[in-house]
Design a protein around this ligand. Structure first.
Ligand code: ATP
Length: 454
């Protein structure tokens, strides 16, 4: 059972330390969120799994971490200064602002109060700031609205330093900023968010095949994380809605409580970016199209002995949207036979913020407490474990279920005799006795096995 509505997830996240409103003590900054102690663990686990699947498990990928601030020319030649706009309309009566392209077509009135709307005007979504002490046109820089450009401007650096031949890709995880006109749905649409992007470079002509392969790969990743196949689907973006650089885009959509929405976009960016950032292409009059770049970004094919711009396929995912989808997907309530249902977060064990909680059966029995602390310490060498003695065992189990901890290890009197603990499974509530010596291995086996499904 997925989350019934978004409010259930918002309140669970706040109550249990996954997410807090930014600057809350000053009334909160609209649609900006801070990841709390459990949220940061979940988010890091998602990023780590993406990195493993896309960098470590493949032989054709490299990683990168480019700076957020880049020269203004990057955004001039990428086309963002001119085209990274959304159409903005204001209501003349209630003064609310809307994205014209998201309103019901043809009505022309305010969806909130029925008032008259202004004509749409183009609003650039890039956040501006300036470098150095003087604020002037020449010192302008932007907070990047996508991480992709950091990859394109480093394409030649990575290709030559790592001696790469086509096809190969570059992966990057990092913050992106968009001054969205309308935000909302918790962490779904915010102005500061994190992206996980791949730019995969291939020969022109192979791009469509490569595009299909990436769509398949990316879909598989979500299913392996435990997203149910009836809440995830592909959407072919119609030609008229494609971004300025895209020949074809397939979105991966998740069925959130508020409806089907994009979680990741996989675009065929052709040679648009590398050609735009290169000094080589000339216009009809023989003048350089890019007057600022000092490199030729063509690739030399040693077999055919020719130069060309590689084509690029870009799987671009939002970390925050994935975290939200996983929380919605994992949410469930289970009957305890004692009246109120118990919230259980059935996260894929490898993503769970805490992998094992070590609990003493009696917190006023020093030998048990000491043993439990030493078991926790031992586990911490290989996985995220916590020690908790702040309540009775039933209450402690319930708390761990609610935050998705796959295993609780209870230390009791028998532990002192035979050095075994009970391992309680979050999903089945079954208990097994496992020796302390083999506990790490036993848990790791069960946590990191592939193919988890809720
Ligand atoms: P949308 O149509 O929802 O505005 P987009 O098509 O503009 O998204 P892309 O430019 O394809 O988004 O960005 C790639 C990914 O980055 C998206 O699939 C999404 O997961 C994430 N993303 C984009 N904008 C936001 C945002 N404002 N807040 C959170 N994540 C975002």
């Amino acid at each position: 059972m997925p989350a019934p509505d978004l409010n259930t997830i918002v309140s669970l996240c706040k109550r249990r330390g996954f997410l807090f409103q930014s600057s809350e003590i000053y009334g909160g900054l609209e649609s900006t969120w801070d990841y709390g102690p459990l949220g940061v663990e979940l988010k890091n686990n998602v990023k780590r799994d993406w990195w493993r699947a896309n960098v470590y498990d493949r032989d054709d990928m490299e990683g990168l971490d480019a700076a957020i601030l880049m020269k203004r020319e990057v955004w001039l030649y990428s086309g963002h200064e001119k085209t990274f706009h959304d159409p903005l309309v204001d209501c003349k009566k209630c003064r609310k602002r809307f994205r014209a392209d998201l309103l019901e077509p043809g009505t022309g009135t305010c969806p909130e109060c029925g008032g008259e709307l202004t004509e749409p005007r183009q609003f650039n979504l890039m956040f501006r700031t300036h470098m150095g002490p003087v604020e002037e046109e020449g010192s302008r820089v932007y907070l990047r609205p996508e991480t992709a450009q950091g990859i394109f401007v480093n394409y030649a650096n990575v290709q030559t330093s790592m001696r790469r031949k086509l096809p190969f890709g570059i992966a990057q995880i990092g913050k992106a900023f968009r001054n969205e006109i309308v935000t909302g749905s918790f962490i779904f649409r915010t102005r500061e968010f994190e992206q996980m992007e791949i730019e995969y470079f291939c020969k022109p002509g192979e791009d469509e095949k490569v595009h299909n392969q990436w769509v398949e790969q990316r879909m598989k990743w979500y299913l392996e994380l435990g997203i149910s196949s009836d809440r995830i689907r592909l959407y072919n973006v119609p030609k008229e809605d494609l971004a300025h650089y895209s020949k074809a885009t397939v979105d991966i959509e998740y069925r959130y409580p508020m409806g089907w929405s994009e979680i990741e976009g996989i675009a065929n960016r052709t040679d648009f970016d590398l050609a735009s950032h290169s000094k080589s292409p000339k216009d009809n009059e023989g003048k350089r199209k890019n007057r600022h770049s000092n490199v030729d970004l063509t690739y030399f094919d040693p077999e055919k002995k020719e130069h060309f711009f590689p084509y690029v396929v870009e799987p671009s995912a939002g970390v925050d949207r994935i975290v939200l989808a996983l929380l919605c997907e994992a949410y469930g309530e289970r009957d305890t036979g004692k009246g109120r249902p118990r919230v259980v977060l059935s996260l894929n064990p490898s993503l769970a913020p805490i992998k094992a909680a070590v609990l003493p059966l009696k917190r006023n029995e020093p030998r048990i407490v000491q043993k439990a602390k030493s078991v926790k310490k031992r586990l911490s060498a290989s996985l995220r474990a916590v020690y908790d003695d702040t309540g009775g065992i039933g209450k402690l189990y319930a708390r761990q279920d609610e935050i998705g901890t796959p295993f609780c290890c209870t230390v009791d009197f028998q532990t002192l005799e035979d050095d075994t603990v009970t391992v309680r499974d979050r999903d089945t509530w079954e208990q097994t006795r496992v020796s302390v010596e083999k506990l790490s291995l036993y848990l790791s086996d069960r946590i990191f096995k592939a193919g988890y499904s809720t």
